[in-house]
Design a protein around this ligand. Structure first.
Ligand SMILES: Cc1cc2nc3c(=O)[nH]c(=O)nc-3n(C[C@H](O)[C@H](O)[C@H](O)COP(=O)(O)OP(=O)(O)OC[C@H]3O[C@@H](n4cnc5c(N)ncnc54)[C@H](O)[C@@H]3O)c2cc1C
Length: 235
């Protein structure tokens, strides 16, 4: 019998009818720390929304501050303009940790950590919050970068449309380990196991024309290690 979902509490997202895992529910969790860890490690999310009778799923950058998730883009961005009016959206973040090869074709799988968030988005109107979220977006992608670039000007901030979704309704799902084959297949002469996967950063390439004396900063040197560190325990 699979374990029931974690009971609701301050450190747990309250399961709702639409976030209750039904398939493989033992892989699900509503633990905020796990949800936050997956959100913080991911680089991009996929945002699902419906507008004018059509449904779209678009990849985007994002950042988290506390229980707020921020998305940003050009003021003319159709999705963001729709979301700024208070739209229903679904934000998914997926970390692919490996491919799983079973003895049977049927039981091939993937190792992953994923988060699905549901909620209503709203426009960020407060300039300070917009500024903080802009810096969080930089920090999310490259830790340390917010002090390594010219801050946005007032005009640049005005050109950005920022929306917020409160992280209140959602779920995480995690698969780890090797294949789960049928007992009668265990003697089959096929290789089975799993192959860990991770994003690997290459060497940084300095842009041409950097003024003399501008050296590669520590946050650029540290980038490959900081991404590898967060992933290694899940491979
Ligand atoms: C990299 C990757 C590859 C996958 N490939 C497949 C595939 O090929 N075929 C397949 O059937 N499934 C695949 N899955 C699992 C898939 O995401 C669903 O969990 C699964 O299909 C069950 O769907 P359901 O509609 O029955 O979910 P239900 O359990 O009925 O979903 C109910 C609720 O559970 C939560 N939930 C469901 N799935 C997830 C999730 N992945 N992460 C966080 N919360 C979740 C959501 O809140 C959702 O609204 C994959 C997942 C990942 C991350």
């Amino acid at each position: 019998m699979p374990a029931p979902p974690d009971p609701p509490g301050p450190d747990v997202l309250t399961p709702t009818d639409r976030t209750t895992l039904r398939r493989k529910k033992e892989r699900g969790s509503y633990d905020r720390d796990l949800v936050n860890a997956i959100l913080d490690e991911g680089l991009l999310c996929h945002v699902g929304f419906s507008v004018d009778g059509s449904t779209f799923v678009l990849p985007m950058a994002y950042a988290r501050i506390g229980d707020a998730l921020y998305l940003h883009g050009a003021a003319g961005n159709r999705m963001l303009r729709h979301m700024a009016q208070g739209a229903e959206a679904c934000v998914t973040v997926t970390l692919v940790d490996g491919v799983v090869l079973a003895r049977s074709a049927f039981h091939h799988s993937m190792n992953y950590r994923s988060v699905v968030l549901l909620g209503t988005t709203e426009r960020v109107v407060d300039d300070d919050e917009k500024q903080r979220a802009s810096m969080a977006l930089l920090e999310h992608i490259v830790p340390g970068r917010s002090s390594g670039a010219r801050p946005p000007s007032a005009d640049e901030l005005r050109a950005v449309l920022m929306v917020r979704m409160t992280i209140a309704e959602g779920s995480a799902k995690v698969r780890t380990g090797g294949p789960i084959d049928e007992p009668e297949d265990l003697e089959e002469p096929y290789w089975a196991g799993h192959i860990p996967l991770s994003i690997v950063a290459g060497d940084a390439v300095a842009d041409g024309g950097l003024p003399p004396g501008v050296e590669e900063p520590e946050h650029v040197r540290a980038f490959p290690t900081c991404r590898a560190r967060t992933r290694s325990s899940w491979s």
